[in-house]
Design a protein around this ligand. Structure first.
Ligand code: NAD
Ligand code: AHE
Ligand code: ZN
Length: 369
């Protein structure tokens, strides 16, 4: 079938709106009509050329919501008409990883996701006979996409697509990193580096977890007001701090953060986030994605003296199990998504969404089809 998609033909170039061809679902796959998709910084990261797994041409996008229109042979868990959120972290419930409660990183289809193809090794997308790569196994910058059955979470039908699409990445990543990965306790002191689409959800998660002090660190002062509305208690602009940022943060938290989160993708900030964590027990969680060739470093003494350094992908959430619950939280008014969606636009204007992100003018832009 013909579908409308934003195609990334080349790194560093704007997306191009095209009519592309999409083959129907094969065994274990589903065809989903995408109704809305968010634009995450990771899409911009891959488009920039900094992603070692970036492949071109590709249909990017991994923060969608839509309706199942057709299922391939053997599909049992969803049917046409079901409302779903695509999962770039699938949940097969059978692999060694899914069976281990310590991780959410289902590996059932990870190798083919990284090669931009479906689990059988081929792509369903093409343009004029030329293959187009899938992206993160989701490719939501198209009005129809094909996904493995294990990579869709069935959600309630009264949830608005143009809001809950954000649960497909940013909301779950930020809130989940607090609740599932770090397991922040009531009364904690939390420091959040980066107050964008992820960091504000970390703040919202920290408030839900009952943190007492939530420090937000960002070089863009325009992020302050919204972050305060979401629960930030103290704002730090590193450009206004005299001297080193780490001792400043240790000082205002009276010894260091119980939990810190890096939500930018900058390896210098990752080090600062680790080093502002409390001696003896502080945990620092890396969420930001750093470019090819980047490495992190610190003095081993920082870890010897009891700080913990770890990372979180998709907030430690198991998509088919946890995403429907997070949709319920939204529908019950327990989490705020609406105020983080600052821009809504049609697919034809998707490049504006990238510009707004780079200019620091948006939190989340959502594309509606
Ligand atoms: P965003 O562009 O919305 O926000 C980034 C924020 O960082 C902005 O507010 C910006 O002002 C701030 N910032 C930039 N440089 C800074 C600096 N030197 N010091 C302090 N603040 C600085 O991006 P986002 O969508 O929130 O994504 C954030 C990061 O998280 C990206 O690297 C993205 O790829 C990554 N991410 C990871 C996961 C995961 O599962 N681990 C999921 C989603 C996104
Ligand atoms: N392809 C990159 C890594 C990108 C990355 O870390 N992706 C996160 C999700 S970001 C969503 O906005 C993730 O889930 N990682 C776990 C995984 O298996 O990809 C690279 O460096 O190669
Ligand atoms: Zn994302």
């Amino acid at each position: 079938m013909d579908v409308r998609a934003a195609v990334a033909f080349q790194a560093g170039k704007p997306l191009s709106i095209e009519t592309v061809q999409l083959q129907g679902p094969r065994a274990g796959e589903v065809l989903v009509e995408i109704k809305a998709t968010g634009v995450c910084h990771t899409d911009a990261f891959t488009l920039s050329g900094a992603d070692p797994e970036g492949l071109f041409p590709a249909i990017l996008g991994h923060e969608g919501a839509g309706v199942v229109v057709e299922v391939g042979p053997g599909v049992k868990s969803v049917k046409p008409g079901d409302h779903v959120i695509p999962l770039y972290t699938p949940e097969c419930r059978e692999c060694e990883y899914c069976l281990n409660p310590k991780t959410n990183l289902c590996q059932a289809i990870r190798p083919t996701q990284g090669r931009g193809v479906m689990p059988d090794g081929s792509s369903r997308f093409s343009i004029n006979g030329e293959m187009i790569h899938h992206y993160m196994g989701t490719s939501t910058f198209a009005n129809y996409t094909v996904l493995p059955e294990i990579a869709v979470a069935k959600i309630r039908e009264d949830a608005p697509f143009d809001k809950v699409c954000y649960i497909g990445c940013g909301v779950t990543t930020g809130i989940g990193a607090v609740i599932y990965t770090a397991k922040v306790e009531p009364g904690s002191k939390v420091v959040v580096f980066g107050l964008g689409g992820i960091g504000l959800n970390v703040i919202q998660g920290a408030r839900m977890a009952g943190a007492d002090m939530i420090v937000g660190v960002d070089i863009n002062p325009a992020k302050r007001e919204l972050a305060e509305r979401f629960g930030m208690t103290h704002f730090v602009n590193p450009r206004e701090v005299e001297g080193d940022l780490v001792p400043y943060l240790v000082d205002i938290t009276k010894g260091g953060a119980d939990y810190s989160f890096e939500c930018v993708g900058n390896s210098t900030l990752m080090r600062q986030a680790l080093e502002c964590a409390h001696k003896g027990w502080g945990t620092s969680v890396i969420i930001g994605v750093a470019g090819a060739g980047e490495e992190i470093s610190t003095r081993p003494f920082q870890l010897v003296t009891g700080r913990n350094w770890r990372g979180s992908a998709f907030g430690g959430a198991r998509g088919r199990t946890d995403v429907p619950k997070i949709v319920d939280w939204y529908m019950e008014g327990k989490i705020n998504i609406d105020d983080l969606i600052t821009h809504v636009m049609p697919l034809e204007r998707i490049n504006d969404a990238f510009d707004l992100m780079h200019e620091g003018k948006s939190i989340r832009s959502v594309i509606t089809f």
